[in-house]
Every structure is written in C-alpha cells, then in structure tokens.
Design a protein around this ligand. Structure first.
Ligand code: SAM
Length: 309
C-alpha cells in the first residue's frame, strides 16, 4: 500500500522545502520512497528501535542532510519538531506495528514460531519485557490485556494456566508459553484462527510497548503539527489501532458547533477533510505479494484549517 500512501501525501509534498515526517522508520523503505518521489522535500524519521535507526541510516545515507533520523517514541513528535526549530510540517506517515526485521530477529522474542527470550520491547534500552508482564501482573489484569489487545476469547483459560505454571517456575522463553497455550485450549478453539499463540503474543506486545496509549497521544499530536494543506496517512494492522485513528480523524472532520446555530462560526468548523471513505484495504495482489499486509487499513486526512484560538 506504499504507492497509495505516496499518492495520498503527494499534493502536500510537491512544493520545494516541504517537510515530511515518517513516524515509523523501520527499515526505511517508506522513507526512501518518500525521498525518491519528492526530490525537493526534507524527511524527518522517527523510530524507538535503535537497530532500525542504524540499518536505515545506512540505507538513507545517499540522501545526505535531506534525511534526519531521530531516536524517539512517536508521541514525542512535538518535542522533536521543537528541537529542529519547526513549527509545522506538510506530511506525516505512520506504518504501525512491528517491522519484519523485529519479527525475523529471533532473539527479540516477537515471533511465536521460534523459541526465544520473552522480551518484545521495540526499544530494548527501556521498560519491562513480556516475561515480566507474564510473571508479575495480577491474573485479572492479564485477562483484560489478552481480551482487549488480542481479542482472545479463551483469555481466562490461558491466564489460569499461566498463573499455575508461573508459580512453579517463572517464564523466560517463548516456547514454553506457546506449548502451554496449545495445551490449555479446547480442540475447537485450536482449529480456527491460525497459531493459537498468535493473539496472546499480539496482546503482550501491545502491552509491553504501551502501543495504544502512545498512539492515542501521537495521532492528535501529528494532526496538530500539520500546516494547513498538510496531509497525514496512517496504516494500521489491527482493529484497535484503526478505531483510534478513525475516531481522531472523525472528530477533526466534524463540525463542533452547538446544535441550532443559524451560522456556524469559524472556530466550530472542521479542521480536517477525510481523504479515505472508511478505511482502504490491500488488494488481493498486495496480499499475495506480502502476507503480512493482509490486515492493513489505510486512512488519510488533510488539514484544512488552523486550530481555534
Ligand atoms: C511496520 S514497521 C515500519 C516499516 C517501515 N515503513 C519500512 O518501510 O521499513 C514499524 C516501525 O515502527 C516502530 N515503532 C512502533 N511503535 C513506535 C513508537 N511508538 N514510536 C516510534 N517508533 C515506533 C517500530 O520499531 C518499527 O521499526
């Protein structure tokens, strides 16, 4: 869906000196495409993962000072722009979730298919890993996380097994958790939805990285950072992320006047125009090319007015 993101941002990025922020640099594929397609633009790219910054630093080196890479969590965007002396930008891109590099590096613990330390931190320099979550959280809290972030219907059953086992010996590695989940589910639940550990792993990853809490602050901050005419595109990979993006965009595109006003004063008028009707989905060809794109949802919006004073 990269091409559609570029097309969506294009009207805002063609002018000389336009600034675009890639909030999820990863391996730099989208950033590189932005720099190639908009040769007069400048890129600021954030990632909380130092390894991602190192690898994409090499990839983007040929663009010299057109690309500025910053180690930051994306809700720090206002501070990053402040430090760079920028008051607004013309484009923002989010490609949420984990990168293929993070999934493929077995020792990061994101993948349930390989045995690895249960870590899952995108920024390994801070915070607690997935093992500590599993070993220390109250059972009720674990059930809430598995249900809310993993949409796991068998959350209670899995958490009872986890609590029983962690009392014998704390969890350190993924294989023991995967086996426990498989053993604790009824046959019928194992027949649907792929690997039975998938939902629990997603839930732990979201909790470990505070993904939704951060996103909840980051999307409004990114909208606020847009200059009038600026555009934002967000690629989400599960319904909770997509719902959050949808709500922020819908609120920005709404007229907030109290009912019954004969003329709507400027300050109540929408700040955003939606660029997508609902969310755009990947095509069959895109999914055939890259299975990880299957759950992707793209939403975009354009800033059409300053904030009310
Ligand atoms: C799906 S990948 C992006 C892939 C990228 N578009 C590319 O072309 O390679 C998501 C990246 O965002 C980073 N990330 C996720 N949440 C973040 C956050 N809250 N702040 C900063 N970076 C984050 C991850 O570390 C990961 O490298």
């Amino acid at each position: 869906m990269l091409q559609r993101c570029l097309d969506m941002l294009a009207p805002a990025l063609e002018a000389p000196g336009a600034v675009v922020v890639d909030c999820t640099l990863g391996l730099g594929g989208h950033s590189e495409a932005l720099l190639d397609r908009f040769p007069e633009s400048r890129l600021i790219a954030l990632d909380r993962d130092k390894e991602a910054l190192r690898l994409s630093g090499e990839r983007l080196a040929p663009f010299g000072d057109r690309a500025e890479l910053v180690h930051a969590v994306y809700d720090e965007l206002p501070d990053v722009l402040d430090r760079l002396g920028l008051t607004s930008v013309q484009g923002v891109l989010f490609d949420l979730g984990v990168s293929s590099m993070q999934l493929d590096e077995a020792d990061r613990g994101f993948a349930y298919a390989q045995d690895a330390p249960l870590d899952m931190r995108m920024d390994q320099t801070t915070g607690i890993g997935a093992a500590e979550v599993l070993n220390t959280y109250a059972p009720g809290e674990l059930v809430r996380i598995l249900r809310a972030y993993g949409e796991e219907k068998q959350a209670k059953r899995i958490v009872s097994a986890v609590v029983r086992e962690r009392d014998k010996e704390p969890f350190t590695n993924s294989a023991r958790l995967v086996e426990l989940i498989r053993d604790s589910l009824p046959q019928a639940a194992k027949r649907t939805g792929g690997n039975p550990a998938k939902r629990t792993f997603q839930a732990l990853r979201i909790e470990v990285n505070g993904e939704l809490t951060v996103l909840e602050r980051a999307i409004p901050a990114a909208v606020k950072a847009l200059a009038v005419g600026g555009r934002i595109a967000v690629l989400s990979y599960h319904s909770l992320e997509d719902r959050l993006v949808k709500q922020v965009f819908a609120a920005g595109a709404a007229n907030t006047a109290p009912p019954g006003l004969p003329v709507v004063p400027e300050r109540y008028q929408p700040r955003l125009k939606l660029l997508t009707r609902g969310a755009e989905l990947p095509t069959e060809e895109e999914v055939a090319e890259n299975r990880r794109a299957a759950p992707a949802r793209l939403r975009g919006a354009q800033r059409i007015r300053e904030d009310a004073e």
